[in-house]
Design a protein. Structure first.
Length: 222
């Protein structure tokens, strides 16, 4: 499979990220650069840059003299990741809501419907990106580019967990209800309520996932 040209680094990182998030490369899998470069049709330089990008996102670990391996994201990290998201996203929501316009309301509705559509279609590979687009459309008016950049990395690290949470806890219906409540508060320009609902939405998902993963591990070891 030869990758289409955007930038080769972007395309390489995207292809590897998708395979990791889809579980094709489980935690601990060595990512052999020569074989990957040949398979993806790229040189070693964009491959190396793509791996560095995934390392920054927490999906890959680069080991001296051993190359790259898929990084584990243990259950113990779920609480921290989701608590960090809740802190950042509640603050962004509080700052963004007073700046929302009618055009922003329309965009948010469009992204909410897109999320509901991929859920209805059972397109689990698209759940994370559809969710990210909705959340970021809400926060963009806050005009906090550094915070959004940091949040983007957190979302990348949480993506596989988001999919697992929606699958293992059958959380799609709840996610849709909570998204609708958040957007209703935002349309009413109630910044405090929007921030509170965003915080609860994220922390509830993290807690549900921690519980589900713990039970899933127990069943696998039984």
């Amino acid at each position: 499979m030869t990758l289409p040209r955007r930038t080769l680094t972007d395309a390489t990182a995207d292809a590897l990220r998708q395979r990791i998030l889809d579980g094709l490369y489980p935690a601990g899998t060595p990512l052999r650069q020569e074989a990957l470069a040949a398979e993806l049709g790229v040189s070693r330089i964009p491959l190396r840059e793509g791996l560095l990008r995934l390392e920054a996102e927490g999906l890959v670990t680069l080991l001296p003299h051993r190359g790259a391996v898929v990084a584990p994201l243990p259950i113990e990290e779920v609480t921290e990741l989701f608590e960090l998201r809740a802190l950042l996203e509640a603050d962004l929501a509080r700052r963004a809501v007073p700046r929302l316009t009618a055009a922003d309301d329309a965009l948010l509705r469009s992204h909410a419907l897109a999320f509901e559509r991929v859920v209805a279609e059972g397109d689990s590979a698209s759940w994370g990106e559809a969710n990210r687009r909705l959340h970021f459309a809400l926060y963009l008016p806050a005009n906090r580019p550094r915070t959004l950049e940091t949040l983007g990395r957190l979302h990348a690290q949480c993506d596989r967990y988001l999919r697992l949470q929606l699958v293992l806890t059958r959380g799609t219906s709840r996610a849709i209800r909570e998204h609708r409540a958040i957007l209703a508060a935002a349309r009413a320009r109630d910044a405090a309520r929007t921030a509170r609902l965003v915080r609860e939405h994220i922390l509830t998902a993290g807690a549900a996932l921690t519980d589900a993963l713990s039970r899933h591990r127990l069943s696998e070891s039984a």
